[in-house]
Design a protein around this ligand. Structure first.
Ligand code: BDP
Length: 697
């Protein structure tokens, strides 16, 4: 099945000239070293080359063949090669790689090396990508290293194999059959991740279950860690803060209680005996019902540091999440994480990294960057992106997320002057942090195609590529992914790439244009629910976020409103604060604006908003057209799947448009402008729609 192979299709090259050129450089493989990682790299290289070049490729362990691809880590290279790449090796870090065309005894070779074997593995995938994307392999001279240390997937997987916000089936981890039964899928998962440089995985949900920390489960975790290790992937777990009570028999989980601290120390030791390279814990504390230090009158620093001390002797880290609600600033949830965490700056242990969502609310189709980025100068912050599309149409809608990720990463925080982008905060270059990282909430389940939507694979891929290099352009990522996954044909690539690139703006337009946010329906967050106002916490209700009334719409976070703008650097605050300078894409995030307000293009806010909803629908129609025209470049199975999914997306884009416009029209009291289709149903109809089943919440 093609879907299952992800971006590792290794299709036979159809361009014969190119194939001949490649073959003139590749007569065989020379494998130096004999670790598991090197043999994985060798096997991958051999079988991929054989598939793509349709030729038997021999593997030697000595440099005997001409024009061979020499793979091995620094210490395994012979003296001559070592000398040739010596200065290149100074350019890379421990996980980096060199791919270089060299001449030894008048014979040319391509050497793929790194300081460690995992670098060699990354180098092999990178070299294969050159061929997958039909790039030249003449005169290669590549030195590349990951720009962040922790490049990690967060699986929100429960022990019963349901996946919170998971839309691609059930959890990959078959706890019942582990540790003795190793599914091939675990290996394929590790291989796919290694191919894009992901080096960590949190196996369990942030809404944690303490049972994972019991010996019965740790034995299973150990088995997975053993599978992942040769692929350079470390295992992490979520730590439930109340575990000392639930599985430890203690009366309290107070982080200042000596028995509690000792319990965690012993637990850490127990884990490290089994898994010497265990990565550490991810913790959601005092948020949405999860226990935490505040239950005992302590704060986030007390909780994080107590756990940090437990894993520190073994080199572990604590990823402490900043996704919290708080009693302060009850009138604006967007302010709460900053209010609670910024004052903790400088108080965390060295092995704590604070994990911050890209925006201050919750993984919306568009949010301005989170004000914590750049605002903590002494604490490493890691990015948390959501790859699974909780608020973006699940695995049913086609949305290319690298575009969203890039927009956030490129945002300038100005916290240390112009050019203090979010990327530079999280890659540690601004504040010289010792640990850096990017996390992505995984969109992977046990569906045959891994991610539910064939194009959702691009979001896993793109996340990995950006975690490796957050400066990458999303167009480059789209191009690579399409070539590796489908075809190198220009007639396919050009229009489909365009479709990917604009797909993110399409979803913003038909769901939440002009800075609207959190107007999805209750609980599952699928489909529109701007009318919802009956949930127990005010900040769970869409009406709290859009604040539509006769005068206008939008959340006033300006100085005269909740003053959330003040959490940004002054240069940024002033831009967001003023109606005239606030980017229109964020308008209703920061301002309550009258229905008659004139947008830059001359339309009134009401007309402009309606036209945006319509534009979103039109964009999906264009996506359908583009896809239908690509039939001959794609296998029929994936073609049909995507076609059906786009049909649903089109239907639902109209549903979003009609439901939202009918609802907001009650307040604006205005007609729909010319160019916007009339709604097919009444508001009452849309409000009456119920979903007896939505996965993952
Ligand atoms: C929200 C999700 C919820 C998660 C929570 C979190 O709706 O399922 O548990 O975020 O990130 O987006 O902790």
């Amino acid at each position: 099945q093609k879907d299952y192979k992800l971006w590792l299709q290794y299709n036979t090259l159809t361009n014969l000239d190119l194939k001949a050129k490649y073959l003139s450089h590749i007569k065989g493989i020379t494998l130096l070293g004999n670790s598991e990682t090197i043999s994985i790299a060798g096997n991958e290289l051999q079988s991929a080359l054989e598939d793509m070049l349709e030729k038997k490729i021999t593997v030697n362990t000595k440099l005997e063949v001409f024009q061979s691809i020499v793979i091995g880590s620094k210490t395994h290279l012979n003296a001559e090669i070592q000398k040739t790449v010596e200065s290149d090796l100074n350019l890379i870090n421990d996980e980096g790689f060199i791919i270089k065309s060299i001449v030894i005894n008048n014979k040319s070779h391509i050497v793929i090396t790194g300081k460690k074997e995992v670098g060699v593995l990354y180098g092999v995938y990178s070299f294969l990508r050159l061929i997958q994307t039909n790039k030249s392999i003449e005169k290669l001279n590549i030195a590349d290293s990951p720009k962040t240390n922790i490049r990690i997937l967060n699986h929100w997987d429960n022990l019963d194999r349901t996946v919170e916000r998971g839309y691609a089936g059930f959890s990959l981890w078959n706890w019942q059959k582990l540790p003795d039964f190793i599914e091939q899928r675990y290996i394929d998962y590790a291989r796919a991740n290694a191919s894009i440089g992901i080096n960590g995985t949190v196996l369990t949900n942030v809404n944690a279950n303490a049972l994972i920390l019991t010996p019965q489960y740790l034995e299973k975790v150990e088995a997975l860690a053993n599978v992942f290790r040769p692929y350079g992937i470390k295992v992490y777990l979520t730590a439930r803060f109340s575990a000392p009570i639930e599985i430890g028999g203690l009366k309290t989980a107070d982080p200042k209680d000596a028995d509690v601290a000792n319990w965690w120390k012993a637990k850490a030791k127990e884990i490290y005996v089994r898994i010497p390279d265990f990565g550490g814990f991810l913790v959601k504390a005092n948020s949405e019902g999860q226990p935490g230090p505040q239950n005992y009158g302590r704060n986030h620093v007390d909780g994080a540091n107590m756990l940090a001390d437990a894993v520190a002797p073994f080199g572990g880290v604590i990823m402490w999440r900043a996704f919290v609600y708080s009693e302060h600033d009850a009138n604006d949830r967007a302010k709460q994480a900053h209010a609670e965490f910024q004052p903790c700056d400088g108080k965390f242990r060295e092995n704590v990294i604070v994990q911050v969502k890209n925006g201050a609310i919750d993984f919306q189709p568009r949010e301005p960057f989170h004000p914590l980025f750049g605002a903590m100068t002494k604490t490493p912050l890691m990015m948390e992106f959501q790859i699974t599309q909780e608020y973006l149409g699940f695995s049913t809608h086609l949305v290319f997320l690298p575009k969203l990720f890039q927009e956030v990463l490129e945002s300038d925080t100005y916290q240390k002057g112009k050019g203090s982008t979010v990327t530079k905060v999280i890659d540690g270059s601004i504040y010289k942090n010792k640990i850096t990282g990017i996390a992505g909430v995984a969109n992977i389940g046990n569906d045959l195609n891994w991610t539910g939507h064939p194009f959702a694979q691009a979001n896993w891929y793109g996340f990995g590529r950006l975690a490796w290099n957050p400066y990458l352009d999303s167009e480059t990522i789209a191009d690579e992914w399409l070539r590796c996954t489908f075809s190198n044909d220009k007639k396919f690539i050009a229009p489909i790439k365009e479709m990917l690139i604009q797909s993110r703006e399409a979803v913003v337009n038909y769901m939440t244009p002009l800075g609207l946010h959190h107007i999805m329906d209750t609980g599952h967050h699928y489909g529109p629910g701007p009318w919802v106002s009956n949930l127990s916490r005010p900040e769970w209700n869409p009406v709290y976020y859009h604040k539509a009334d006769k005068n206008g719409i939008g959340f006033d976070r300006s100085k005269s409103g909740t003053n959330a703008v003040s959490q940004y650097a002054p240069e940024v605050a002033v831009i967001f604060d003023k109606l005239e300078t606030c980017p229109e894409k964020d308008l209703l995030w920061f301002h309550h604006v009258s229905w008659d307000y004139k947008l830059k293009d001359g339309h009134t806010l009401w007309d402009g908003m309606a036209l945006k909803y319509q534009q979103g629908v039109n964009q999906v129609a264009a996506m359908q057209k583009t896809w239908n025209a690509s039939e001959k470049y794609v296998d029929s199975e994936r073609f049909k799947e995507v076609q059906m999914l786009l049909n649903i997306q089109y239907k639902e884009a109209k549903w979003w448009r009609d439901a939202c416009l009918l609802y907001f029209q009650q307040f604006s009291g205005k007609e729909l402008p010319i160019g916007v289709e009339k709604p097919s149903q009444s508001l009452e109809y849309f409000e009456s729609l119920k979903f007896p089943f939505a996965p993952g919440n």
